[in-house]
Ligand binder design. Structure first.
Ligand code: KIV
Ligand code: ZN
Length: 388
């Protein structure tokens, strides 16, 4: 039996998980994706409107355009914390501050492979740089997030040393990135479980999807005590992307019974907006926001959901909760109940023999690999029944 949590009906009394959205920063690192400044401002408004807590608006030191866009987003005065990314160098922190962000996110590689091949520093040097840069950032910003890049390929004792240096220098949150997506849910749970007692500030996680486990790893981190999740809309991001906002939020809300503050009924609309701006379409079978997430084709499933939607849907997540609608699909597995239900909505009521004929025609078309639309169904039914 799947574990079901008994939720308090008062959402505010539930455990709170903070949603940090990085669609505008890591999401824009998706190969081929480039948002215009006005797209970014529109996206920032949408994220703020649906209740995201922190928006990573970009990496101001990366270019003059990026700097001015982050500055423009910060100037919108949205009801959300605006964060800017910075390498562990003072000039990057200065660019974030000049752009007017509320939070500076500084990062440095901590795994051996990245330390040696990207910044050519020893572990001891990384610890010293961390303390210095976090202190500098804290002198200029109230909120400083520190990321140990490639944390999941770094030893736990080394990680604790780096994070402790960050916290002692004033970091208000630390992030545990699974930079190349190699963690598994049990690994992530163990890592966060080991860090949790040592870290007195917010623990944030940033999981990549190289093995398709970004959302699962993020969820495991929350189970082990992480307070904040980094996500992108539609899971876009570097290589195979990041944890998906909609999936992560729906597990946290519907299965764990925690409160993210997200207006979940706007998730599908938000997903479609990012598909439009990024040019990256969500596959129809994508969970939660995909076109088929609440579609049913087989006769047995359709009959079940017509009677009680929990028969072949999670039940704890309905289409309405995420801004979707339930659809009965017409294909070679279609059954009489679904067809009768769809026709009753347009006031066509075939008798049993007519129904056999309608079903047989649908199956003939779809067995040739053709799609049968609702419009096709109405035409077939009108021909067979003589009703129009
Ligand atoms: O994947 C990663 O490690 C990052 C950091 C900048 C947090 O995107
Ligand atoms: Zn990343």
């Amino acid at each position: 039996m799947v574990r079901q949590v008994a939720f308090s009906s008062d959402k505010n009394s539930r455990r709170r998980i903070t949603v940090f959205d990085t669609t505008l920063r890591d999401g824009e690192q998706t190969p081929g994706v480039s948002f215009t400044p006005s797209d970014k401002i529109e996206i920032a408004h949408q994220l703020s409107d649906i209740g995201v807590h922190i928006i990573e608006a970009g990496f101001p030191a990366s270019s003059a355009d990026e700097y001015s866009t982050v500055k423009a987003i910060a100037a919108e005065n949205l009801d959300v914390i605006i964060c800017g990314l910075a390498r562990s160098v003072k000039q990057d922190v200065d660019r974030c501050i000049d752009a007017g962000v509320d939070m500076v996110h500084v990062f440095i590689p901590t795994s051996e492979v990245q330390r040696i091949h990207t910044i050519r520093k020893s572990h001891e040097e990384v610890v010293a740089i961390t303390g210095d840069i976090v202190r500098y950032a804290r002198d200029h910003a109230d909120k400083v997030l520190f990321s140990a890049m490639d944390a999941t390929r770094t030893g736990i004792p080394e990680l604790i040393e780096v994070y402790t240096a960050a916290v002692e220098a004033g970091a208000t949150a630390i992030n545990v990135p699974d930079t190349v997506g190699v963690a598994t849910p049990t690994f992530m749970q163990a890592m966060i479980g080991a860090l949790r007692p040592k870290i007195p500030v917010t623990i944030d996680v940033h999981c990549h999807n190289d093995f398709g486990m970004a959302t699962a790893n993020t969820i495991s981190a929350v189970e082990a005590g992480a307070d904040q999740v980094q996500v992108t809309v539609n899971g876009i991001g570097e290589r195979a992307g990041n944890a998906d906002l909609a999936c992560t939020v729906m597990v946290i809300e519907s299965i764990f019974g925690c409160n993210t503050g997200i207006k979940t009924e706007r998730l599908v609309e938000t997903s479609r907006m990012i598909s439009r701006f990024s040019g990256i379409m969500v596959p129809p079978t994508y969970p939660v926001t995909g076109e088929f997430a609440f579609s049913h084709e087989s006769g047995i499933h359709s009959q079940g959901v017509i009677e009680n939607s929990s028969t072949f849907e999670p039940g704890i997540m309905t289409p309405e909760m995420v801004g979707h609608r339930r659809r009965l699909k017409l294909g070679k597995h279609v059954g009489r109940h679904a067809v009768r239900e769809m026709l009753s909505q347009v006031h066509i009521s075939p008798d049993d023999a007519q129904m056999d004929e309608i079903i047989s025609r649908i199956k003939q078309i779809s067995s040739k690999g053709k799609k049968v639309t609702e419009h096709d169904l109405y035409e077939i039914a009108e021909t067979v029944t003589g009703m129009s």
